[in-house]
Structure formats: C-alpha cells, structure tokens
Design a protein around this ligand. Structure first.
Ligand code: SAM
Ligand code: SF4
Length: 326
C-alpha cells in the first residue's frame, strides 16, 4: 500500500474501545465525553475482516489500542483472530497496564509480542494524580512485572512530558534503563480540545529532556528496539534498556508516516489529526466491498499534520486522543 506521497503504509493501529479506566490529564476530560453505543463499536470479527482485506493489500503490522484496550472483554480473542490473518507479521498492544497482570499470559499466548505501557511518573502519588484515579499504581507495576515474566519483548514505557508535572523525573526514568530492559520514550505533549491549557503552559520539548539525560552520562545513538514508530533511540553504556524521544511538536516526522488508524466505531483515519475518515463500518454491515474505500483513504492521506503548539488548530476538533487510539 503506497500513498500519493510514495509512503509505504504497512501498519494499522486498531482502537477497540473509546472507554478507559484512567483519566490522564493530557488525554481524557474527567467528564463530558459521550461514549459510543455498543452497536456503534466494531465487533472483533468485523475488525478481523478489515485486517484481512488490508493484509491482502500489504498490511503487515497491527497494534491494538484504545481508550484502554484491556477494559474491553476478552481482547485476547481479537489478538488471536488478528494473529491468524495471513500476512500479519507483528502484533503489539498499547495499555496503561492496570489490568495487565491478569491478562498478560492470555495476550502472549494469543500472539501479542510487543507492549507499549503508558507510565508518566515513578511515584505513586503522581501516577494517581496524573491518571486521576487512586489505587492504580501497585496494579500498574504488577502488570509490568507480569509482562516481563511472561516474556514480552520489547517493553516500551511511554512518558508524556509535562513541565512542572513530571519533568523532574526525566533523569530517574533514564536511569531505570540501566536496571530494567525497558525502552523509555519521552513524548511531547500534543494539544487536543480537552487539554489546551495544559499543552500551552506545560509543554516541554524532547530536546530539552535529552540534554538533561546527556548530563548524566554519555549517550550513544542506537537503532532501538523493533517497532513501527517515529522514535529516535539512545543508550547509556552497557544499559539493558534505551531512552527514546518522540517529537510530534518540535519536529514533524510525517514524511516517514507508515500508518493508518481504525477507530472503535469503524472509521478508517489516514492521519491521527485532521478530520478525514472513511466509514468502513456501514460498508461492512451493508455487505459492500471495503477494498476501494481503503484505497481511496490511502490516496487522500495528507502529507503532514498541522498541529501548532498551544493551539488545537490542526487537531480536527479532536477532544481526546482516547477517541482515536493515540
Ligand atoms: N490506554 C492506552 C495507553 O495509555 O497506552 C492506549 C491509548 S493512549 C491514547 C495511547 C498513547 O497516547 C499513550 O502513550 C498516551 O500517553 C498518548 N497520549 C494521549 N494523549 C496524548 C497527548 N495529548 N499528547 C501526547 N501523547 C498522548
Ligand atoms: Fe486512558 Fe491511555 Fe488516555 Fe490515559 S492515555 S486516559 S490510559 S486512553
């Protein structure tokens, strides 16, 4: 699958739910989001049908995301359905890890191999303040321990940077890559309709974060763990893990974009931001061929996103990243 700018698109992020058991300050508003109705959400078989058609067109890699994917019942069943599709070589999952301890083995057995875990602080009070939910810190770390024990590899830790919120932990996160085989990735805060004030006042660039990490010890650029994303990686001498940066704001990596997104309601989006989406759900339920719709969505994939720091211009009216899977 090539788009009209010559980019090869082999990666699909599938959001399985718009719901979440956390309310991260930068992602979801505390209240006021209207949930999708059950019949608006694609069934696992419908998702697998989309993956099958796209695999026939060259799709190779799939990530299951949300909202929080582990709040949807038996997501391992979907993982199994996707793993069975011919041509899919890589299946990964993004989670906040709160429900991971009890599901890690089933997910691994279903073919998920790579995990991204959101963790914005190493301190209990902060984790729970950022997530706006209490009692989750211990469960997140139990989830991470279970994931390591089961054999997920790589495990990537996503840290959304917030000045005054967690930037004083940049060094701690970097140091942990010397102890655990984690790949810590600092992510620049992106503006959405629900976090405008935060993203205006508390933005901190990954370049600044990297400078602070470099002050600890020498960092060498490395290829990084297998993945499909836009991160750049570095390593301390002899560390089992790496430090990565994802810079959607200070540097657009759109020229290398290799992905499309399927929302929980069955809309195929060629870009995280912007308002272009194609309704695959109606086509599937009316028994129409979705291949031409996928080809057309690929053809109109925009050259880049138009996010501007401190404004939601370019976000396409997106209220929260939980709606599109991040
Ligand atoms: N619930 C899962 C999780 O937290 O990993 C999957 C969905 S979440 C929307 C996917 C990723 O998007 C997470 O790593 C999260 O930190 C990131 N994210 C959400 N809102 C963001 C924002 N405004 N700026 C940067 N990253 C954001
Ligand atoms: Fe939920 Fe993930 Fe968004 Fe946090 S980042 S509110 S865990 S969907």
């Amino acid at each position: 699958m090539k788009d009209s700018f010559g980019r090869r698109v082999e990666y699909l992020r599938v959001s399985v739910t718009d719901k979440c058991n956390l309310r991260c300050v930068y992602c979801m508003p505390l209240e006021g989001l209207a949930w999708l109705r059950r019949d608006e959400i694609l069934a696992y078989e419908e998702i697998a049908a989309v993956v099958r058609v796209m695999a026939g067109m060259g799709l190779k890699r799939v990530r299951i995301t949300g909202g929080e994917p582990l709040v949807r019942r038996d997501v391992a069943r979907l993982a199994r359905l996707i793993s069975e599709v011919e041509g899919i070589e890589d299946l990964s999952l993004s989670t906040n890890a709160v429900l991971l301890a009890e599901q890690a083995q089933d997910l691994f057995d279903a073919g998920v191999r790579r995990l991204n875990v959101s963790l914005d602080s190493l301190r209990e009070d902060r984790v729970e303040a950022i997530a706006r939910r209490s009692g989750v810190y211990r469960r997140i770390f139990e989830g991470l321990d279970a994931a390591e024990a089961v054999g997920f590899d790589p495990i990537k830790i996503n840290v959304v940077l917030m000045r005054g919120g967690n930037d004083d932990e940049i060094e701690d996160f970097a140091r942990i890559t010397r102890e655990r085989p984690w790949h810590v990735r600092f992510i620049e805060l992106m503006p959405t309709g629900s976090n405008l004030e935060l993203s205006r006042k508390n933005f901190i660039s990954c370049f600044e974060a990297l400078e602070r990490v470099r002050a600890i010890d020498a960092l060498e650029p490395v290829e990084g763990p297998p993945g499909n994303g836009p991160a750049t990686y570095y390593r301390f001498p002899d560390a089992p893990g790496t430090v990565g940066v994802i810079t959607p704001m200070s540097h657009t990596y759109c020229e290398r974009c290799n992905r499309m997104r399927l929302t929980a309601s069955g809309q195929l989006r060629p870009c995280l931001f912007g308002d272009i989406e194609t309704d695959l759900r109606s086509a599937l339920r009316e028994g129409r061929d979705i291949a031409p719709l996928i080809e057309e969505t690929l053809r109109i994939k925009p050259e880049r996103h138009y996010l501007i720091q401190g404004s939601d211009a370019g976000s396409g009216g997106l209220v929260a990243l939980s709606q599109t899977g991040g």
